[in-house]
Design a protein around this ligand. Structure first.
Ligand SMILES: Cc1cc2nc3c(=O)[nH]c(=O)nc-3n(C[C@H](O)[C@H](O)[C@H](O)COP(=O)(O)OP(=O)(O)OC[C@H]3O[C@@H](n4cnc5c(N)ncnc54)[C@H](O)[C@@H]3O)c2cc1C
Length: 336
């Protein structure tokens, strides 16, 4: 058996929802060699597998009977030409802070997103008008089928809204071990998101620096989102549904207050939080799972919630939103 293998590892401290569940087999992956050795073991390689980062975008629905590969590959460095490279196990926000300390702008709008660098391409993390794809250069991935390392470009990753090839069958078996970011050489603030633009204006900043934008983003996020260290959650639980403009107009006719944002492709993105709030869910609970009182998009663990509690609450919300608006909500976290 593999030297780094742990049998029956609790995962409660490894998921930000704080759900109590365990993994039958667990390896902390501190290097590509550890990864390669674990998957060279035919017993481990044949098991169901969960690649785990910071556990901030998963819902554990029960004990995991299989192999958890907990990504802990460290290292970050600035390369020439505005490139930044980091190991999959580095903290995302730690990397943002590191880049700012080196005087590099480009990641500031993505400050304080929990999780690891290795998971950042999986759902193409995004916040305040910037997505990972805007700063992504390439990823080094371990292909667990061939046992080879390979480099994937942005085109290979097929980034979409909270989506990438890694969430699709074509990307199954790919494990991100390192990511390289291309930061803008001629940095410009990205203030397309109204809430951030207003914060910059209210702070009296006419020519904001990356560090100042990061501090404003951090302040906004601390105000709006629950800290997983205090109350278990996985951030936004539902994606903002994207509908055709005619569908949006039809909903608006019945519900003039609908919050929607026109997309470049002619579609409309609806604010899922608004839909959920209008269905009366904000602040409500079902068992030990609840809807965060300050942000209806966030489901929280009020203490002792099981994965089943969270799933039951999510399903009840989805049913209400579909009944009232005819809109099908899609969940953002991965159910394990
Ligand atoms: C309070 C809070 C706020 C959040 N805000 C945002 C936000 O603003 N924007 C946003 O986009 N997200 C947000 N999220 C969601 C989450 O932070 C991101 O999705 C983050 O990238 C998940 O990283 P992780 O390391 O915790 O991944 P995990 O939760 O551990 O894993 C998520 C998925 O990625 C896969 N995975 C993880 N690492 C790897 C790897 N190295 N190779 C291959 N697959 C891998 C896992 O198998 C799983 O399918 C928020 C979450 C919380 C709790």
């Amino acid at each position: 058996m593999h030297a780094d293998l742990v049998i029956n590892q609790s995962l409660q401290a490894f998921n930000t929802f704080g759900i109590a569940a365990s993994a039958s087999h667990y390896v902390r992956v501190t290097s590509v060699e550890v990864l390669r050795a674990a998957l060279a073991d035919p017993v481990l390689a044949a098991m169901p597998r969960l690649v785990l980062g910071g556990g901030s975008n998963i819902v554990l629905t029960g004990d995991f009977k299989g192999l958890v590969l907990h990504m802990a590959i460290e290292g970050k460095q600035v390369l020439e030409g505005g490139l930044l490279r980091a190991g999959a196990g580095e903290s995302w926000h730690g990397l943002v802070e590191y880049s700012l300390a080196q005087g590099l702008g480009g990641l500031e709008n993505l400050s304080l997103i929990p999780g690891t660098v290795g998971a950042s391409p999986i759902q193409n993390i995004g916040a305040y008008g910037v997505e990972l794809k805007d700063v992504f250069q390439s990823a080094t991935v371990f292909d667990s089928v061939s046992g080879e390392l390979r480099t994937m470009t942005a085109a290979d990753c097929r980034f979409g809204y909270r989506d990438s090839v890694f969430k699709q069958p074509a990307g199954a078996g790919l494990i991100v071990v390192e990511v390289t970011f291309a930061l803008p050489v001629a940095w410009q603030p990205c203030l397309g998101y109204a809430e951030l633009a207003n914060a910059v204006r209210d702070a009296g900043l006419t020519a904001p620096l990356p560090r100042q934008i990061a501090d404003l983003v951090i302040a906004i996020r601390r105000r709006k989102l629950p800290d997983p260290a205090v109350i278990g959650n996985a951030g936004s639980f539902f994606k903002n549904p994207v509908v055709s403009s005619s569908r949006c107009a039809a909903i608006l006719a019945d519900h003039p207050g609908l919050v929607h944002h026109a997309q470049a492709d002619g579609f409309e993105k609806l604010a899922a939080g608004w839909l959920i709030d209008q269905c009366g869910w904000k602040g409500r609970s079902m068992g030990a799972a609840g809807v965060y009182p300050k942000q209806a998009l966030v489901l929280v663990n009020q203490g002792g919630a099981t994965g089943a509690d969270v799933v039951a609450l999510a399903r009840a919300i989805e049913a209400d939103v579909e009944r009232k608006y005819g809109v099908v909500l899609e969940t953002e976290p991965v159910f394990v």
